[in-house]
Design a protein. Structure first.
Length: 324
């Protein structure tokens, strides 16, 4: 599956818009103060923040491998690494929908049907969202600021994964399948839809779902701890619990905005919540920039690096056997 030129163009546009957004933010909050803050951060702290993000990626790759094996799909480790990490380029697509590219690669390069890839991607998103929700709820218990709109917002955010979790019910899945199969667009894909829904239900079974949820929560906790280190490096009086809540809330807002990479929504939430704790605007903006560099743009860079390193596994025209 070749990455469409349209997606590459959109990625380029998102990068330009991000630069414009950060420049506008720097002008609004005082670019001199932001530059001074960024220069004051010890490189050793930045290395730790980057390492925490890398642990997050490694844990989620392990989850990907476990999902594949749960659906009786085993592919070479090199191919799995290439397919999984190259999709990180797609984290700056709206709602991360570009990650369907990962399912396409799994089908085209390894022969695993979309009935395997798509349920895994959807399950990943659900476990990620629930893991971040858990962090937000735990962090909320430490939050000293006002709760206006925060509690109700978290409850509303929980509605989406709760609805999708209902699909674990076999009777509900069959009713949904029967309804969708009656439409003209999907009338010829009943078997594939049934397989996809069955696989999706299998990935949400409680026996394994609890361990997957725990793994996801720990993975996102790593990046939340990165938020804490960023705050400490900028001299902000922010505790671990507060930092966890700020990062989780920003991530949820960014996800629900369906903007590319949550751009704007995540940064604004982080700046606002740090401001509630008394942080100066330029310092809060500096924290938002730093944490996004190491939790969003590091992933994008890693995605492009994976595309270059594992190009034989993801470039069409070469069979998997030719790359062994």
């Amino acid at each position: 599956m070749r990455m469409p030129n349209q997606i590459l163009t959109r990625i380029f546009v998102v990068v330009l818009l991000t630069i414009a957004l950060y420049v506008a933010g720097a002008l609004a909050f005082g670019w001199r103060g932001i530059l001074q803050n960024l220069r004051s951060v010890p490189p050793s702290q930045l290395v730790l923040v980057a390492m925490l993000s890398l642990v997050n990626y490694a844990l989620r790759f392990w989850r990907w491998e476990r999902f594949l094996r749960q659906l009786h799909t085993v592919i070479p480790l090199r191919a799995s690494l290439g397919i999984y990490f190259s999709a990180y380029v797609m984290v700056i697509t709206p709602g991360k929908v570009g990650e369907v590219f990962k399912a396409g690669l799994l089908k085209d390069r390894q022969g695993a049907g979309l009935a395997v890839g798509l349920p895994i991607i959807l399950a990943e998103r659900i476990y990620d969202f629930l893991g971040v929700m858990i962090l937000a709820v735990v962090g909320l218990s430490f939050w000293p600021g006002p709760l206006t709109g925060l509690t109700s917002g978290l409850v509303a955010a929980a509605a989406l994964p709760a609805f999708l979790l209902l699909l674990r019910n076999k009777r509900l899945r069959q009713a949904l399948l029967a309804r969708v199969s009656r439409t003209a667009r999907f009338s010829d894909h009943g078997v594939a839809l049934n397989d996809a829904l069955s696989n999706f239900g299998a990935l949400l079974q409680p026996a394994r779902g609890i361990s997957m949820l725990a793994l996801s929560t720990v993975a996102w906790l790593c990046e939340a701890l990165g938020m804490y280190l960023v705050c400490q490096s900028l001299g902000l009086d922010v505790g671990i619990g507060d930092a966890v809540f700020i990062y989780a809330a920003g991530t949820i807002v960014g996800s629900l905005s369906f903007l590319p990479g949550g751009l704007g929504g995540t940064e604004a939430t982080i700046v606002w919540l740090l401001g509630v704790l008394g942080a100066a605007g330029s310092t809060a903006a500096s924290a938002a920039i730093l944490i996004r560099v190491f939790t969003l743009w590091l992933a994008v860079v890693l995605g492009f690096a994976a595309m270059a390193q594992f190009r034989q596994e993801i470039i069409p025209g070469r069979s998997a056997s030719e790359t062994d």
